[in-house]
Ligand binder design. Structure first.
Ligand SMILES: Cc1ncc(COP(=O)(O)O)c(C=O)c1O
Length: 401
């Protein structure tokens, strides 16, 4: 029998990153010294308190099925964290734990999106929002943000994108891939727009909240506009700030009926998440944010070095990322030109491929994030690799004709 995928899978676009990753593997296998700046994974170890707590939980026999919404100790630690870091007071039935922030998003969209519903997503965006929405029959409506505005969304453009079919607006700040953050005044302007559109739910993906630079702090929409609480879902998790990507612990905080629907989804998918990972997350959250400050300072120093190096390269533009761990330089003036080895740089995908083939630097083209021509460079790499990658990018670009 011929395998026939369901339509929801068959029509999913292939991410622009897959061919690049395969090419990087091929080059490495052939002996090339490829530097990858393509990863969205912190290059730090998880907190030792988390590792020890997970071990202790295993030794103590905490190995049975957990409650689907999360173990009580973790739900309590998340509630304390929301109050401490975000000024958000949440009841226990407004919080749920999932296998990563990604499953929080998946649960929320599956619980709410019907055929033809629209999800407004400022671009550039993290790749998964439109893809997950599409799996449930939804359609993403992209609102391009301008580099001149530091990639912050224009509230008027968001307003214009909202229709009677809009189910969600996704706000991911600090943003992957642009590093943009929103100021209180941005949030106030967006809240005004949202008050006039009471049918729209708002997904605030705050997974990079602790990684902000130049003394700036992330501000949660809910702390600026508590009146929107009955339709805001906060998405967060342990992956980025705590360097715990592989533990797969994410959490959501939202109105109780939405959280109940999301728990119903997860109950039919994965059930509750790994008990040992939950014990680790409790320990990391309750240990406070001192360890995060050290990582943030390291990312900030790397950002300063990378942006300074990129700004020296003719033909690149580079807005200063204010958070997360990515730079998102623009390459529009180089599109249509030809590389040293004769590759036509017709768009950012072709550019990233040529950069990989000729300079052995792996990046992600802006096409993957819905706004090009750009490249995303991750700072989750050593100082030496970052400096060498920037040097190679400069040599590659200076040779373009
Ligand atoms: C903006 C954003 N949200 C959510 C996630 C998902 O994180 P998790 O590893 O917790 O599923 C990522 C991971 O790359 C991300 O960049």
């Amino acid at each position: 029998m011929m395998f026939r995928p369901a339509a929801r899978i068959a029509t999913l676009p292939k991410p622009a990153t897959i061919a690049m990753a395969a090419k990087a593997r091929e080059l490495r296998a052939a002996g090339a010294n490829v530097i990858s700046l393509a990863l969205g994974q912190p290059d730090f170890a998880s907190p030792m308190v988390a590792v020890e707590a997970a071990y202790a939980a295993g030794r103590a026999g905490d190995t049975g099925y957990p409650p689907i919404p999360g173990q009580k100790a973790l739900v309590e630690a998340i509630r304390a964290k929301l109050l401490r870091d975000n000024g958000v007071e949440a009841a226990a039935n407004q919080v749920m734990v999932a296998n990563g922030g990604k499953q929080v998003i998946f649960n929320a969209f599956m619980a709410t999106i019907d055929d033809g519903d629209e999800v407004v997503v400022p671009a550039p965006y993290w790749v998964s929002y439109p893809l997950i929405a599409q799996m449930f029959g939804g359609r993403s409506v992209e609102v391009p943000c301008r580099e001149e505005d530091g990639f912050r969304p224009d509230p008027r453009a968001i307003e214009a994108a909202i229709t009677p079919k809009t189910r969600w607006l996704v706000l991911n700040f600090p943003n992957n891939p642009s590093g943009a953050i929103l100021e209180r005044s941005d949030l106030e302007a967006l809240a005004e727009v949202l008050r006039a559109a009471p049918h729209v739910m708002i997904m605030c993906d705050e997974i990079y909240e602790h990684l902000t630079f130049d003394g700036r702090r992330h501000v949660s929409l809910l702390s600026v506009a508590p009146d929107l609480a009955d339709r805001v879902l906060i998405v967060n998790g342990m992956a980025k700030a705590y360097a715990m990507t592989g533990w797969r612990v994410g959490f959501g905080c939202g109105p109780a009926p939405l959280i109940a629907a999301m728990i119903a989804v997860q109950g039919n998918a994965t059930s509750g998440i790994c008990t040992l990972a939950q014990a680790g997350a409790v320990a990391a959250l309750n240990a406070g944010n001192d360890g995060i400050a050290e990582m943030r300072d390291t990312y900030e120093q790397r950002r300063n070095n990378v942006v300074a190096a990129l700004k020296k390269i003719p033909g690149l533009s580079c807005a200063m990322p204010q958070g997360a761990f990515y730079a998102y330089p623009g390459i529009s003036s180089l599109i249509g030109k030809v590389s040293a080895e004769g590759r036509v740089l017709s768009d950012d995908v072709a550019f990233a491929e040529a950069l990989l083939e000729e300079a052995h630097v792996a990046t992600v083209p802006g096409a993957a994030f819905g706004l090009g021509p750009h490249l995303r460079l991750s700072f989750a790499a050593s100082d030496e690799d970052l400096a060498e990658a920037c040097r190679r990018i400069e040599v590659f670009i200076r040779a373009i004709r």
